[in-house]
Design a protein around this ligand. Structure first.
Ligand code: NAD
Length: 487
């Protein structure tokens, strides 16, 4: 058989469904193609689960639940710690696989593998910190004994933009808490999720504790699982639109929704900011994953006194970023994940320019194979440009000016989203004062990156419900039980 150029990168990756510790095709034989966004070629295909498969996965997770929940926390923690080590050992292979199916640069993929693996280590440590409390009831004198028990079967649904980290950010705390899971990865990037399976197996995760079912029929498959009374948590990362549907579906059986949804992050540069630091922060906040991140800086507000200097430095750096196949050395801007994403980015830029924005660099999709869009900077963006209100999800930085603190706080908060905001100032009291006034779940103060497995990641308003990471991430997979007792 002729060798496919992808064979090396796919070595050892199984492409069936992983249910109850065994690999199997979809019950109806369906498969879905996985595309290389740098060439538009088909990499391979993977089994695409139907509702029957999803129910088999819930059966497997439910069957494995009691034994996993009964394991000593230290044993669960040790398995997660091993998963961290194995994932780092396999890091380069995973990073290449992720770049292949998602398009992000290899340096982004390597950083993601390290970040993703850290969710196993952090939660290995959290597994032994499921701490309850005992207190005396003030009126009766009875004892109030509080403990936290695993919620049960959790359905995990992840997006394509961080195929490894969004999976481990959910699997880590769920397993630490004693829950068993069914993971449905995004159809664009199922390979990374499937590649996590042997890592978890080698670490000692028993059959049925983690089940992985890629599917093109997401609505039916996830909807079907949410109808099963054994499913107690739906942890979803993705668009607000799909999150809203899942909250509705979860309402029927009162399943706990943990929702990490869309964002519209403001990036604010005050006149006293360290401009070089702000430019570095802007590059990270905008260009990590080519802007395909819920945390991506979506609108830049730069004080009018430093606007021109900031734009000059920032645009020069954006222009210098090498565009190309993410697997090539030195490439910083890989292809976007699919044609739809690239076309939406182009449409948003065209809309802004038609309304009067000035193109400083970039601006047009690259012709030919691959979903490439260059790093783009726009200034003088009018308030009615769509890209100030919608998630761009691409390497485009629209910049506006501002004059004072009240004005910028009002502008930053004028969105239905509330995931993350960034601000740069040398005045720490201003930084903290403005941070507090911002209606966002997270603030990067003089930093362009907030993601950290040890911190509670999540948004307010239509950006989500619940938190992932930190201690909060564990608590979302636990139910509190209180026993009233006289002793
Ligand atoms: P998406 O909502 O289209 O898909 C996310 C997941 O949901 C995928 O696995 C998809 O197959 C599945 N899905 C789609 N329709 C479904 C349905 N009807 N029922 C059940 N599942 C369904 O999002 P995406 O395009 O993969 O990812 C981009 C979005 O994710 C952006 O809006 C981004 O802001 C958001 N995101 C948020 C965070 C966060 O932590 N807040 C992190 C990463 C991405």
């Amino acid at each position: 058989m002729p060798q496919s150029p992808y064979d090396n990168l796919l070595a050892g990756v199984r492409t069936e469904l992983y249910i109850g510790g065994a690999w199997r095709p979809a019950a109806d034989g369906a498969r879905l193609d996985v595309t290389d966004p740098a060439t538009e070629a088909t990499i391979t295909s993977v089994a695409s689960a139907c509702v029957e498969d999803a129910m088999a996965a819930v059966d497997a997770a439910a069957a494995a639940g009691p034994a996993w929940a009964a394991k000593k926390p230290r044993e669960r923690g040790e398995i997660l710690r091993k998963a961290h080590e194995i994932m780092l050992r396999e890091g380069e292979r995973l990073a290449r696989l992720m770049t292949l199916e998602n398009g992000k640069s290899l340096s982004d993929s390597r950083a993601e593998v390290a970040y993703a693996a850290e969710f196993f280590r952090w939660n290995a440590e959290e597994a032994v910190r499921n701490i309850g409390q005992v207190s005396v009831a003030p009126s009766s004198g009875a004892r109030i004994v509080v403990q936290h028990k695993p919620s049960g079967v959790a359905v995990l649904v992840t997006p394509w933009n961080f195929p490894a980290a969004m999976a481990t950010r959910k699997i880590g705390p769920a397993l630490a808490a004693g829950c068993t899971v069914v993971l449905k990865p995004a159809s664009e990037t199922p390979l990374t999720a499937l590649a996590l399976v042997p890592i978890l197996e080698e670490a000692g995760v028993p059959a049925g504790v983690v089940n992985v079912i890629p599917s093109r029929r997401s609505g039916a498959v996830v909807g079907g699982m949410l109808k099963d009374l054994r499913v107690r948590v739906i942890s979803f990362t993705g668009s607000t639109e799909v999150g809203q549907k899942l909250i509705h579906a979860a309402a029927e059986n009162v399943v706990k929704p943990v929702m990490e949804l869309g964002g519209n992050a403001p990036f604010i540069v005050f006149d006293d900011a360290d401009l070089d630091a702000a430019v570095e922060g802007a590059l990270i906040a905008k260009m990590r994953n080519m802007g395909e991140a819920c945390t991506s800086a979506n609108r830049f507000y730069v004080h009018e006194a430093v606007h021109d200097a900031f734009v000059e430095k920032f645009a020069a750096r954006m222009k210098g970023l090498k565009l190309g196949n993410g697997l090539e050395d030195g490439v910083a801007v890989g292809p976007l994940v699919n044609a739809e994403t690239r076309d939406k980015v182009a449409e948003l830029v065209d809309d802004a320019v038609a309304k009067g924005a000035k193109l400083v660099t970039g601006g047009k999709a690259v012709a030919g194979a691959g979903y490439f869009f260059p790093a783009t900077v726009l200034t003088g963006v009018p308030d009615d440009a769509r890209l100030l209100r919608e998630e761009i999800f691409g390497p485009v930085a629209p910049i506006q000016t501002f004059r004072d603190e009240d004005e910028i706080v009002a502008k930053a908060n004028a969105t239905e989203y509330g995931l993350v905001a960034y601000l740069f100032t040398r005045d720490l009291s201003r930084g903290l004062r403005v941070s507090e006034r911002l209606e966002f779940g997270m603030v990067g103060l003089n930093r362009g990156l907030v993601s950290d497995p040890a911190a509670p990641f999540g948004g307010v308003k239509q950006s989500g419900l619940g938190r992932e990471g930190g201690h909060e991430g564990l608590m979302d997979f636990l139910e509190t039980q209180y026993v009233s007792v006289t002793w």
